[in-house]
Ligand binder design. Structure first.
Ligand SMILES: [Zn+2]
Ligand SMILES: [Zn+2]
Length: 463
C-alpha cells in the first residue's frame, strides 16, 4: 500500500491527507496545534533558503574574525571575540564550559550551515548528493543546540553590565553577530524534512527517464475522495490506530511491522518508534539530575572577581540583586527570567507532564501540548548566563588590577540547561494524546459509522 499521500502529526500522531502544494506556508495540526513537518516541498523555494544560508555563512566568518566588544579601563584595552571567549574559559580551567560555549555558539551553527549548503546546492541542480540522508539528519540534530541568538543577547547584557565600570566599544563583530542572528532565524524557519520529498521527486524523475515511462505515483489508492460529504463524529484516526508509523526524521508514513523490534525507515533509515522507548523513565531521570544540579548552580559562585581592593564572589541571584539595586531593573528582569525562572518553570512543567502521562490523564490535552511546546522553545535561553560569564571573563583581565574568573556554578548551570533540554527531547508528546484517544474511543464507539470508515481521514483537518 502507498502511504506517500499521508502525513502524520509528530506531536499527537493524528493522520492527515498531504495537501497538494505548500509553498512557504505553515500548516498546523487541527488537534494539538503543532506545526506539521515534511510537507510537500517545492524545488523553486530552495533558491531563497540557499541564498540566505550562504549569506549567513559569510557573515559567520566575519563575526568570528573581528572583536565583538572592546573595553578600555585605566589606559588598558581588552577585546572579546567569540573564539577568544572560548579560549579564556579553557585556559581558566573551565574546560567543560568552554566546550559548551564553543559547540553552541560556533561549531553547531557552522555544521548546520555547511550541511544545509551541501544538500541544497546539488538539489537545486536536480541532483541528490551522496550521504543525503545523513546530512539532513545532521541538520535536524544540531539545530536545537545552536544558540547564536542567545549568545547575541549575552553580548548585549555584558555590554550593559560593563558600561558602569569601563568604556565599552561595540566591535565590527557585534554588527556581524546581529546580522547572523537574523539570517539564522530565517534559516531556522526552513523545515529540513521538506528536502526528502524533493529528493524523492528527483529520484523518481530519474527512474522515469531510464525506463522511458512515467512512474505511477499511486494516487488515491489509500484514500477515497471525501466528495464534500458530512462526516460523522468519528474518533480521530491516529497513525497507531491505522497500524502505521510516521518517521520522526523524514515524516514518511509506513506500515508498522509488529514482529520487527528495531524497524527502520524505508527512506532515511532512521529508527522508527510508535512511541519513543522508555520516554517517561528517561525524562524523569534527566529531570532529577537537572534538579540536583540546580542547587549548586544557585548556591555556589558563578564568577570570582579579584582586584587590588580585594576579592568577591558572585552568585546568579546576587547578580540579579546587584542589577536591581543599581537601577538596571530591565537587565535584572532579563537575567532573572532567563537564569532563574525559565529553568524552574521547565523543571516543574516537564515533571507535571511526565506525571500526567504516567497516570494516564486525559485532562486538558491541548493545553498540555502547548505548554510542552513553549517549554521546548524557551529552554535554550537559559544559556544566557553561561555566555555572559564567558564574555566577562574574557574582557576583565587587567593583569594585577582586576581579573574575573568563572566559578563552579557556571558548570552546574550549564549542566542544568543541557539536562533539561535533553529531558524535553526525550519526552514523547504523543503520550499526552494517547489517553484522550482511548477515552474518546470508549465513549463514541457507535459513532464509527460506515461513512466515517469509508473515509477515515475526513475528520482530520489541517488548520
Ligand atoms: Zn497534532
Ligand atoms: Zn524516515
Amino acid at each position: 500500500m502507498d502511504y506517500q499521500r499521508l502525513i502524520v502529526c509528530h506531536e499527537c500522531d493524528l493522520l492527515f491527507r498531504k495537501p497538494a502544494a505548500v509553498k512557504g506556508r505553515r500548516a498546523a495540526c487541527s488537534r494539538c496545534g503543532a506545526g506539521l513537518t515534511a510537507l510537500p516541498g517545492c524545488a523553486s523555494s530552495l533558491d531563497w533558503i540557499c541564498a540566505v544560508t550562504l549569506a549567513a555563512l559569510i557573515v559567520f566568518c566575519i563575526a568570528q574574525s573581528f572583536p565583538v566588544i572592546e573595553m578600555r579601563a585605566n589606559g588598558m584595552t581588552s577585546e572579546a571575540t567569540l573564539l577568544g571567549a572560548v579560549h579564556s574559559l579553557w585556559s581558566g580551567d573551565m574546560r567543560v564550559v568552554a566546550v559548551m560555549v564553543f559547540c553552541s555558539a560556533v561549531l553547531f551553527p557552522l555544521i548546520e550551515m555547511l550541511a544545509l549548503l551541501y544538500v541544497l546546492v546539488p538539489l537545486r541542480l536536480g541532483k541528490v548528493p551522496p550521504r543525503f540522508n545523513a546530512m539532513v539528519r545532521l541538520v535536524q540534530i544540531v539545530r536545537p543546540w545552536g544558540m547564536v541568538e542567545v549568545f547575541m543577547l549575552g553580548v548585549l547584557v555584558t555590554i550593559v553590565k560593563m558600561v558602569s565600570i569601563a568604556q565599552v566599544i561595540p566591535g565590527p563583530g557585534l554588527f556581524a553577530l546581529g546580522t547572523l542572528t537574523v539570517l539564522l532565524g530565517v534559516v531556522a524557519s526552513f523545515d529540513p524534512s521538506r528536502l526528502w520529498p524533493i529528493s524523492d521527486e528527483i529520484r523518481h524523475s530519474r527512474m522515469a527517464d531510464v525506463r522511458w515511462s512515467r512512474v505511477s505515483t499511486g494516487r488515491g489508492r489509500f484514500m477515497r475522495p471525501s466528495g464534500g460529504r458530512k462526516a460523522g463524529p468519528s474518533p480521530a484516526i491516529t497513525a497507531r490506530r491505522a497500524g502505521l508509523v510516521g518517521c520522526h526524521a523524514c515524516g514518511l508514513v509506513q506500515t508498522r511491522i509488529e514482529r520487527e523490534a528495531h524497524q527502520r525507515c524505508s527512506r532515511c533509515q532512521h529508527a522508527l518508534h510508535e512511541r519513543r522507548p522508555d520516554s517517561l523513565t528517561r525524562t524523569a531521570s534527566l529531570l532529577l539530575a537537572a534538579a540536583i544540579a540546580y542547587i549548586p548552580a544557585n548556591l555556589l559562585p558563578i564568577m570570582h572577581a579579584s582586584s587590588v581592593g580585594g576579592s568577591e564572589d558572585d552568585t546568579i541571584l546576587g547578580g540579579v540583586a546587584y542589577f536591581w539595586t543599581s537601577g538596571d531593573w530591565p537587565l535584572a528582569v532579563v537575567v532573572f527570567v532567563a537564569s532563574v525562572l525559565v529553568p524552574v518553570l521547565k523543571l516543574i512543567v516537564l515533571t507535571l507532564l511526565t506525571l500526567a502521562a504516567r497516570r494516564g490523564s486525559g485532562w486538558r490535552a491541548r493545553e498540555r501540548a502547548t505548554l510542552y511546546r513553549i517549554v521546548e522553545r524557551i529552554g535554550r535561553w537559559s544559556m544566557l548566563d553561561v555566555f555572559v560569564v564567558a564574555l566577562t571573563v574574557t574582557l576583565v583581565h587587567f593583569g594585577s588590577l582586576a581579573v574575573i574568573t568563572a566559578g563552579p556554578a557556571a558548570l552546574a548551570f550549564g549542566a542544568v540547561v543541557i539536562l533539561t533540554m535533553l529531558a524535553s527531547h526525550q519526552f514523547d508528546p504523543r503520550l499526552i494524546w494517547d489517553n484522550v484517544d482511548a477515552r474518546r474511543l470508549m465513549g463514541s464507539a457507535p459513532a464509527a459509522t460506515d461513512e466515517a470508515l469509508a473515509d477515515p481521514l475526513s475528520t482530520n483537518r489541517i488548520s
